[in-house]
Design a protein around this ligand. Structure first.
Ligand code: PLP
Length: 430
């Protein structure tokens, strides 16, 4: 199996950024998420470099929903990243991680009055998703005695080749304002006393393995930018969203790089804004492509069973990684303590959850497995821990961050006490 350079096999053991997965699992226990900070930083830098080589004003906003651990966000903040935040909680995380408010964009199709209040108080830009929201934000900014700086979320009505649950820019999607109605929305915004439209935003979907859809989106965006500039809107930024995919099937998926993205998208963007006579900042919002491959989920085999097929029953399930169950997602798995053994035997790797759908990996050729073996689920850094739950009374596992030769907890494992801590006893049960 092809592996990115930070994953290596030495003496039969899988290593991540030079550290032996079996040693980490022994030290911290399983299940365990392990994230390479060096890899996260490398991916961020490759985005920055590819874009800046072709356009002078670039801001990379990390899509916080992909991985909300403060240590991961802090690593990105230290390199100058901003964030796309989709809730008040993510806004707090981004600020706590040290990201500057002016580098944050508050997204969301269903913001609460409290969300809008927080956004104006913190002075972050808001991606407005409807005219209803526009007027609520105008009122919130008035109360706060400020002017809210906004973009509208454009629905560019683009078909994109990805899973329907993560295609966000379809004409039928819940997100954004139909592209044809965008000029009217800005006209309306210009009449609001406490609103200043300064940007334009779109996001067409996630796990897109071809850069062409991003080119199409850029075309729509610069066409709209022209109309808005003519109307008198001064665009300070245009945000093309995130969505670049990663090769979950290591040997067969295309693996588009930020370099390829930039090489195709920036010429269209640059020509477009030059035609408007403006040089707005280019914003992008990658989530998955920044963090997915930085992380492995290590899970111990509890038992094996030969029924109608061979099962390897492990200690992590969809409570910790829901992508296979939710999106039929594929993750490569490696037996971390037998990483160079021949792949002779077919297994289905199943979690401990009381659900038939609790399958991490289906029908994979692996070395013969025994209880106690350690399985690494690759590419687990995006929408992995972030989507975890305590379902089935299972405390969430710890997360470890490694950097160089060092390793440290970035989240302790939960206890049963953590599960019950927020539960209350109704008075009649006392
Ligand atoms: C989810 C999301 C992203 C990130 O998508 P990835 O596929 O993880 O790159 C960016 N922007 C918005 C608005 C999103 O909802």
């Amino acid at each position: 199996m092809k592996l990115p350079h930070h994953l290596t096999i030495k003496k039969g053991h899988l290593h991540i950024s030079g550290q032996d997965c079996t040693v980490l699992a022994e030290k911290y226990g399983t299940p365990l998420y392990v994230t390479s900070e060096d890899r996260v930083c490398e991916q961020y830098r490759s985005y920055k470099k590819a874009l800046l080589a072709r356009y002078p004003k670039v801001q990379v906003l990390f899509a916080a929903k992909a991985n909300g651990n403060l240590a991961v966000m802090r690593a990105l903040a230290q390199l100058g990243a901003g964030a796309d935040v989709f809730s008040s909680g993510e806004l707090h995380l981004a600020l706590d991680a040290g990201m500057a408010p002016e580098k944050l964009l508050f997204n969301g199709s269903s913001k609460t009055p409290a969300d809008l209040k927080l956004a104006v108080e913190k002075g972050v830009k808001v991606s407005v998703d409807s005219l209803d929201e526009l007027h609520q934000l105008d009122a919130a900014a008035k109360i706060a005695g400020t002017v809210a700086t906004i973009a509208f979320r454009v629905n560019p009505a683009l078909e994109v080749p990805t899973h329907p649950k993560i295609a966000t820019g379809l004409a039928t999607s819940k997100f954004g304002i139909p592209h044809k109605e965008i000029p009217a929305a800005y006209r309306e915004a210009l009449t609001c006393k406490n609103i200043k439209p300064v940007g334009l935003h779109c996001h067409i979907g996630s796990q897109i393995l071809d850069v062409e859809p991003f080119v199409r989106a850029a075309e729509v965006m610069v066409r709209i930018a022209k109309e808005l500039t003519t109307m008198g809107v001064q665009l300070e930024f245009i945000d093309l969203g995130g969505g670049l995919g990663i090769p979950y099937h290591h040997d067969t998926d295309p693996s588009p790089t930020p370099e390829e993205y930039a090489a195709k998208v920036i010429p269209v963007f640059k020509d477009g804004v030059e035609a408007c006579g403006i040089t707005p900042e280019l914003w992008v919002e990658p989530g998955r492509s920044l963090v997915a491959d930085s992380t492995v989920l290590l899970t111990r085999v509890n038992s094996t069973k030969s029924a109608h097929k061979r099962f390897a029953n492990v200690d992590a399930g969809f409570n910790l990684l829901i992508r296979p169950a939710m999106y039929d997602a594929y993750h490569e798995v490696i037996v971390a303590n037998k990483a160079d053994a021949p792949l002779t035997t077919e297994y289905t790797v199943t979690g401990p959850i009381c659900e038939t759908g609790d399958i991490l990996a289906m029908d994979r050729k692996l070395p013969p497995i025994a209880a106690g073996d350690l399985i690494a689920v690759l590419d687990a850094g995006a929408y992995g821990f972030a989507m975890s739950s305590q379902y089935n009374g299972r405390p969430r596992c710890p997360e470890v961050l490694i950097r160089g030769a060092r390793a440290a907890l970035m989240r302790r494992g939960e206890t049963i006490g953590d599960i019950t801590a927020s539960m209350e006893r109704p008075p009649w049960q006392k």
